[in-house]
Write a protein that binds this ligand. Sequence first.
Ligand code: PA5
Length: 425
Amino acid sequence: MSHLSFDFNNLNNLIPENSACIQSCHEMLERGSGSGSDFLGWMQPAVNLAEIEKLAKSLRDQCEVFIVIGIGGSYIGAQAGLTFLKSSFPNQLGKDGGPDIYFAGQNISSDYHSDLMDLISGRDVCVNVISKSGTTTEPAIAFRFFKELIENKYGADGAKNRIVVTTDISKGALNQLVAEQGYRKFVIPDDIGGRFSVLSPVGLLPMAVAGIDIEKVIAGALKGKELYSRPSVEENDAYRYAGLRHLLYQKGMTTEILATFQPAFRHFSEWWKQLAGESEGKDGKGIFPASVEFTTDLHSMGQWIQEGRRTIFETFLLLENSNRQLKIPASQNDADGLNYLAGKTLDHVNNKAYEGAALAHKEGGVPNLSITINDRSPEALGQLFYFFQRAVAMTGYLNEVNPFDQPGVEFYKNNMFKLLNKPGY
Ligand code: PA5
């Protein structure tokens, strides 16, 4: 069963004209003949789940706090999964007995890391440091702090059971630490790049530690693989979405806004922005990926979307069924005038807000598409991850860029290293 449906009725009958290009790009993906084809491992999600599940169980039993250290593709997929599948206030409830999960090394903020160290002080801590290259500055700095904290508390021997490394098979500084200190390690396959790695140990270990059924996440991804590997655009919604967004881009809609109506999608939007932005924005080309969370942002960015520069299109990411339904209560004197909604669910009102916004934006000159997922299940999440990975790879090829490299991110690093007097710069 598919967990996802795609609708493009609000595009004013704009029909994909590029199905021939989609065919040839599909061949490039399937045959591995396009640029960046050394990084197509994500197309076949295949992981030793038993090993991840076993370690996750012992970490859940052992730790009160689990710190995930990583940046970019090395943390945002896990955070997307947690926010999508767990409670809106996961660390405040501790309902299912698992550790509280925090992220570090995704910035170089002194206050953020100081606050986090204060917060976890006196609690039992485990760390998963994730870096494919093993040399990225931000997580390397954060790892120094947390490694020291753990060693001071549990000794170097105790740290062995509390530090897990996820990195390349052999390259990078983290491998040297694994060899020296005997930390447990998961491998990020050579053919999977950072932002395409959520369905590898990078995303799956933190999700499993959070109590998420990763077998179901992978089952959903495999459903995605079945549906979105189909060559024909008529039978493949990921390709249809890719074809339409490429067409909109060619018509001057250079910004895509991913609009959601659920805080559960908050970090999923961040994951999508990285996936699309880092994959497509190069050679002076690419759709700029932005995101908004409605109805909150209808009271801020809504004005711009309705009446600002007409260079945007909107992709609504919708949830069909909330986990739980809240009905609006009746009030005896109806002082707030809301009795016309008494007995209606919040999902009903939220859905009308979507319909109202989609129509208003369309009439205001913003074409829109919608992707709806059935529920907040791990299967739906896995399928959604796969959908966007396939669609972004396709859009990159349609726009004739290599979707799997990121040469531009080196520029800030080189400047920063020079300014920091790093040896060799
Ligand atoms: O998509 C990418 O390759 C990047 O966003 C990386 O994930 C990010 O730069 C972190 O790299 P690393 O895992 O090597 O620390």
